[in-house]
Design a protein around this ligand. Structure first.
Ligand code: ARG
Length: 527
């Protein structure tokens, strides 16, 4: 219809001309025209069946790139909370998917482990705490107390600022306390990652502190590029197109008059490291939308100072907020951030109740294990299955439901397929290839869905939106269930038909497994 518009001709006539040329004759496809000028293509069953039996899941991408993905990146000395959930979960799905299609991914956990927050903490700890028995919960409480003190006690505020300077100068005592706090916090962060099955490792941490030694060079680079302007003693870069509300030009301050550096400066250093040392073809940052301006400026200055060469792309991916059932910000009753540790605990308890009532054939231990997979899967899937840029509501009943577009529904379908093979005493992996016949319409629609995995992945990565894959997996499962209701597998009329159906089952299980695992969701073999 777009062509018809361009040519100013009747779309149905154009459609007829296309159909007359029989473009898909060698596939045996039937074409007919519908509505104002749609062309319906009906693929031949035989063609579908042979294509599917030979199909591999996906082809490696060309060209493969080196992609640096900066995600999760929490400010530490605080426990991970719901505010950290989306960057962590979405980022982890994207890195797995990028790797799956053949890119080289370098994960970067740009943790906030430096600056004023740490000055306050260290000053507080050094004043009246024995810093050797600090644990993360304790650190967080200390931080709250230190911040209060900072607001009300001028003397203390001075000390805190002084600690920041001592930190920059590598004062041994300050450094020792700092190292202890950072180590304790990072251990806790890693503990939550491993509970959530997040692939970030300690070696992916490249915190703000690690860029401290190179910040003076960043300022020099800006100066050499003729970008640096002094304003009230501060070193700034002005970039066209960035203005304050009153219309005056908005500077990016890279060094304050007291010599201190800022978030921007560290990010410039990190950008340089990523393109010049890590060899990135692409750099992706995942944070909420409050940082849109920061990254716009960073990319603009990065280009001008030469940290972003022409053939390198940078991208800031944003996401919507997590809301509660009522559509308000998701917080505790007291208005505090909900800790991920507590969220996981609650999810596992809730999932355990469900698993216990459904799966009494499993031992208590197996039920616990399944409950964990279901809970983590549900938390991640609820997030990933929504369009990244939209807000979503966190509702345990909906996300743990065994019906609907949820992780447990998909996990359950997968376990069910596995149990068909167990009952038949056959290996699923032996049926991933084999001859397929499509007799029933529900077999045909399942086959069509199975063949669309690769293009779904492509769309998902083109837009960096995992919900396309989630929706696809859900639809696939719905079609599988329809097939399973309509077509006896182990009691099929002939052994050949049984094998064909087992092949459809095996392929469905494979797509579900690969799809979910690449979203960071694991699958129990039995549920
Ligand atoms: N630590 C920052 C925060 O919690 C996010 C860092 C994102 N990455 C970056 N390179 N700036 O807001």
């Amino acid at each position: 219809m777009a062509i018809a518009k361009q040519l100013g001709r009747n779309p149905r006539t154009i459609a007829q001309e296309i159909v007359d040329r029989a473009p898909l004759a060698d596939l045996n496809a039937k074409l007919d025209i519908g509505g104002p000028g749609f062309i319906n293509v009906r693929l031949d069953d035989g063609f579908l069946a042979t294509t599917l039996s030979k199909a591999t899941l996906s082809q490696p991408v060309e060209p493969a790139e080196t992609i640096v993905v900066d995600y999760s990146s929490p400010n530490i000395a605080k426990e991970l909370h719901v505010g950290h959930l989306r960057s962590t979960v979405i980022g982890d799905a994207l890195v797995r998917l990028f790797e799956y299609v053949g890119h080289t991914v370098i994960r970067q956990n740009h943790v906030g482990d430096w600056g004023t927050a740490f000055g306050k903490l260290i000053a507080y700890v050094n004043a009246d705490q024995d810093s050797s028995d600090l644990t993360i919960g304790g650190i967080e409480k200390l931080y709250v107390a230190a911040s209060q003190e900072f607001e009300t006690n001028l003397d203390f505020a001075e000390k805190a600022r002084n600690e920041v300077i001592k930190l920059q100068r590598q004062d041994p005592k300050t450094l020792k306390t700092w190292e202890h706090i950072v180590q304790e916090s990072l251990e806790d962060v890693q503990r939550i990652y491993s509970e959530l099955d997040i692939s970030l490792k300690l070696s992916d941490v490249r915190g703000e502190s690690s860029f401290n030694p190179v910040l003076p060079q960043v300022v020099k680079d800006l100066e050499n590029a003729g970008l640096l302007v002094e304003s009230d003693g501060a070193k700034c870069v002005f970039v066209d197109g960035f203005q304050r509300k009153d219309g005056s030009p908005l500077p990016m301050i890279v060094q304050k008059s007291d010599g201190g550096y800022l978030y921007h400066t560290t990010d410039l250093a990190a950008l340089k490291h990523r393109t010049q040392e890590l060899g990135a073809d692409r750099v992706i940052y995942i944070t909420d939308s409050r940082q849109i301006h920061h990254f716009q400026m960073l990319f603009a200055v990065g280009k001008r100072v030469g940290y972003i060469p022409k053939d390198v792309s940078t991208e800031h991916l944003v996401f919507g907020s997590v809301l509660n059932k009522e559509g308000e910000p998701f917080r505790t009753r007291g208005g505090d951030n909900i800790l991920l540790r507590e969220l996981i605990e609650e999810g596992v308890e809730r999932a355990f109740d469900i698993v216990r009532s459904k799966s009494d054939h499993l031992t208590d231990r197996a039920q616990r294990q399944v409950a964990r997979q279901v809970a983590i899967g549900a938390i991640k899937y609820a997030d990933l299955s929504k369009n990244r840029t939209n807000d979503y509501r966190f509702d345990w009943d909906v996300m743990l439901s065994l019906d609907g577009n949820t992780a447990p529904y998909l996990q359950y379908a997968h376990a069910r397929i596995c149990s068909i093979f167990t009952r038949a005493k056959k290996e699923l992996s032996e049926f991933l290839e084999g001859e397929i016949e499509l007799q029933h319409p529900s077999e045909r629609s399942l086959a069509l869905r199975l063949l669309r995995f690769a293009e779904t992945l492509e769309q998902c990565l083109d837009e960096r939106k995992p919900h396309y894959l989630c929706n696809y997996l859900y639809e696939l499962t719905v079609h599988f269930m329809r097939f399973y209701e309509n077509c006896p597998v182990l009691k099929a009329q002939t052994p050949k038909l049984m094998d064909s159906r087992l092949c459809l089952c095996a392929k469905t299980a494979q797509v579900l497994r690969v799809g979910l695992e690449n979203l960071g969701i694991s699958l129990p073999l039995r549920m």
